[in-house]
Write a new protein. Structure first.
Length: 294
């Protein structure tokens, strides 16, 4: 429906590679070069510049990239409205979720959604909260789902579900059986998520309520995913603050246990995140659907 040259430009600008763009679009690299050259001739200005063996987007390219994202959003909404008239649903919905949400919370929702809306193609990418927010601003995705408190004025945040985070250890780590005080928490070797993680952010905020800073704790290691933390916990006498959804199976099997911390209970909010202004209609459809199961 839209000018294919814009799609070629958009893909090159996102991948910063003519070769990768050609592979993604299933066309030859000379064809990619030809489309970009024709677009630059039409606009009368360079869109990319080569530095060594790499390319980067020029200032004109950045302007075009911004408007191309808006054009594609309008096309998606146009397709959605036309399909509504035909009593059909279709299109592409790109969702980005923070790591914990993507691994444990969203897949069952997506499975139900895809079964109900078989003509809508969905994709799910994950990263920490900062990365998801940046992907929204870059228009790489239409909808984000995060658990962090960070707020960007360019984005809108809508709460739709809650989760609880607790201090978890393997069952063999029996030094603390009846719960612990904040002072005792300082002594436990802890695994924590990486900086930029929404999980770490909400934990840090909650610790302030019991007058603790992250620097007060015995942080054994920063790790990039909940799964890596869980795997480490199976083999070491340490603990970690983890979503109860992420360890439900291990708690039920008796492999893990909860260590209560006095005056500490962390209920975090999952939130939809999307750009301010015109909202993508497929994203609206998914949000409405997800709230029924939250």
């Amino acid at each position: 429906m839209f000018d294919f040259r814009l799609k070629v430009f958009y893909t090159v600008a996102k991948r910063l590679s003519f070769t990768r763009a050609a592979e993604e679009l299933f066309i030859s690299q000379p064809a990619v070069t030809k489309h970009i050259h024709e677009l630059e001739q039409q606009l009368g200005i360079a869109l990319f510049e080569r530095i060594g063996n790499k390319i980067q987007v020029t200032q004109a390219g950045k302007i075009l990239l911004h408007h191309t994202g808006n054009i594609f959003a309008s096309y998606r909404n146009l397709e959605f409205d036309i399909n509504q008239l035909k009593h059909e649903q279709g299109g592409v919905l790109n969702i980005g979720a923070s790591t914990t949400v993507a691994q444990y919370f969203i897949p069952p929702l997506l499975a139900r959604f895809n079964q109900q809306y078989t003509d809508i193609r969905t994709s799910l990418t994950y990263g920490n909260t900062e990365q998801i927010q940046q992907a929204l601003l870059n228009k790489s995705i239409q909808l984000g789902i995060t658990e962090g408190h960070s707020k960007d004025p360019m984005l809108k945040y809508v709460e739709f579900a809650k989760d609880e985070i607790a201090l978890i250890s393997n069952a063999a780590f029996k030094q603390y059986k009846q719960g612990i005080s904040p002072e005792e928490l300082k002594k436990i070797p802890l695994l924590v998520r990486e900086h930029g993680s929404g999980t770490l952010e909400v934990i840090t905020d909650e610790l302030k309520k019991i007058k603790l800073k992250l620097s007060d704790l015995n942080v054994l290691m920063y790790m990039g995913s909940t799964e890596s933390i869980k795997s480490y916990l199976h083999h070491a006498p340490c603990a970690a603050f983890i979503s109860l959804q992420a360890v439900q199976h291990e708690l039920e099997s008796g492999d893990f246990r909860i260590i209560p911390v006095k005056d500490f209970r962390l209920l975090r909010k999952y939130q939809f995140v999307y750009p301010q202004g015109q909202q993508d209609k497929l994203a609206q459809l998914f949000m409405k659907f997800a709230k029924q199961y939250a």
